[in-house]
Design a protein around this ligand. Structure first.
Ligand SMILES: Cc1ncc(COP(=O)(O)O)c(C=O)c1O
Length: 451
């Protein structure tokens, strides 16, 4: 049982405004709107400091895969902290949780043999891109350094990951960006397909990739990085056959594939990893979020035996890693969290409830300001537009995102809202009734704001 506390909301809000610097936030507007202070969670629901409960339609930040209130994870953390709170994986040191979690991941991603841990998604992608360059450098091709990324990609916002992120809003005012990144199109049917069949649209995307590789020169390109389903940039499930068409092109040109499974990993798309969902295998996989369901920060990367063998070249130190590469408490929680996902076969619920979610969300496409509904498993986006035929987005001055947020929170739902619409990615434990409840609130909120 968790202890119930009385919170002084007024004081917390005052201190929040005075001292907490919020990420990815309009800091000017935040002064007026303030924070929603969350104090407790149970299953798919979270409670605010005034006692009101909400459906956590975004699973925190697409990461609380097993839902809230799993006291067994708290117990595992407590036990590990009491036994041995910290030792690194530097200097030939290791702890049982780091070793055991790496071994578990090698079972789940059998095309990878070795895993290095980080504290989150951006660090994982920094690691993945550095490993790609390291691999080519040790292979006698040090000029293979460029990274191909895609527009609308979100790979985190540390300096290297920021350059791979393909959303211009994240780049503004933080330049210069790290050099050596080139961008391909997002495989977004709604905006980028000029009316072709799915197969022909994939052919156009493949041709564009071939052209980029030819233009840059394959001998200069280390890796292609991609989220199997683009997430924060606008939830983009690729067209049928996309990954199966992209992978051989990369292989043909000796370009490594980095799959950014930070959101898609650990069940969200209906399989444990989206590489299974789409039938491909990356050379390097980066992950974070769902590995601990957010109970404690953890991320990492997996590499193929071929990459590891090259990295294990005699007389070379792999000069990369972080203090918390393999934090024993985080790794112990990660192992227990994967145990829950496996025991409850949560990827299956993600698939079944994801189908229900998409079925119900499609009903909203009848709304005059809904331009597109798209998703895979338990990640989905309802894109709103000012005009369906031109697909024009709403002017920021109209403040649609803020209004959608207010309307949905009033009704007891936390979703990700911006001027593009709603994104949802609930815990993988969500029930049939809870999916219906979530979609009903989304529909009512759209009606209220865009009647
Ligand atoms: C696909 C993907 N990659 C990387 C990241 C960055 O993760 P973090 O915020 O933990 O650095 C995110 C975060 O949302 C993400 O969605």
């Amino acid at each position: 049982m968790t202890q119930t506390l009385d919170w002084n909301t007024e004081k917390l809000l005052e201190q929040d405004l005075a001292h907490l610097l919020h990420p990815v936030t309009n800091l000017h507007r935040h002064r007026k709107s303030g924070s929603l202070v969350l104090v407790e969670g149970q299953g798919v629901r979270v409670k605010d400091s005034t006692g009101k409960w909400y459906l956590d339609g975004f699973a925190g930040l697409w990461n609380v895969n097993v839902g809230h209130g799993r006291t067994e994870l708290a117990e595992v953390a407590r036990e590990q902290m009491a036994r041995l709170a910290f030792q690194p994986t530097f200097f030939g040191l290791a702890t049982p949780p780091a070793i055991e979690l790496a071994s578990k991941l090698a079972q789940l991603l059998p095309h990878h043999s070795h895993f290095q841990f980080t504290s989150g998604g951006a660090e994982s992608n920094e690691t993945a891109m550095k490993i790609a360059r390291y691999y080519w450098s040790l292979s006698g091709q040090p000029e293979k350094t460029k990274i191909i990324s895609r527009r609308m990609a979100y790979h985190g916002i540390a300096m290297g990951a920021l350059a791979a992120t393909g959303v211009p809003a994240y780049h503004a005012d933080f330049g210069p960006l790290a050099p050596g990144f080139v961008y391909a199109s997002a495989p977004l049917d709604y905006r980028n397909n000029p009316g072709l069949s799915e197969g022909d649209f994939v052919a156009v995307l493949v041709k564009e990739l071939e052209d980029i590789i030819q233009g840059e020169g394959a001998h200069t390109i280390a890796a292609f990085i991609g989220e199997p389903v683009q997430g924060a940039g606008g939830v983009v499930p690729p067209p049928e056959g996309y990954w199966k068409a992209i992978v051989p092109i990369l292989k043909k040109h000796n370009i490594l594939l980095i799959a950014d499974e930070v959101i898609t990993g650990f069940g969200r798309t209906g399989r444990m990893f989206a590489q299974e969902t789409y039938g491909f295998q990356a050379d390097i996989t980066s992950f974070a979020k769902g590995i601990t369901s957010g109970y404690i920060p953890l991320g990492g990367v997996g590499v193929t035996p071929e990459i590891f063998e090259r990295m294990a070249t005699p007389d070379r130190m792999f000069m990369h890693g972080f203090t918390y590469s393999g934090h024993p408490v985080a790794c112990a929680v990660g192992l227990a969290n994967i145990g829950i996902i496996e025991r409850e076969r949560l990827w299956e619920n993600a698939e079944v409830r994801g189908q229900q979610l998409m079925r119900r969300l499609r009903e909203l496409e009848a709304h005059p300001f809904v331009g597109n509904v798209r998703g895979k498993g338990l990640m989905a986006l309802i894109e709103v537009v000012e005009d369906q035929s031109s697909k024009k987005t709403f002017d920021a001055a109209k403040g649609i995102g803020g209004k959608l947020q207010a309307a949905s929170r009033k009704r007891g739902l936390i979703a990700r809202c911006n001027d593009t619409g709603f994104a949802v990615a609930p815990p993988l434990t969500i029930s049939e009734a809870e999916v219906d409840e979530m979609v009903n609130i989304l529909g009512e909120s759209l009606e209220e704001v865009l009647a």
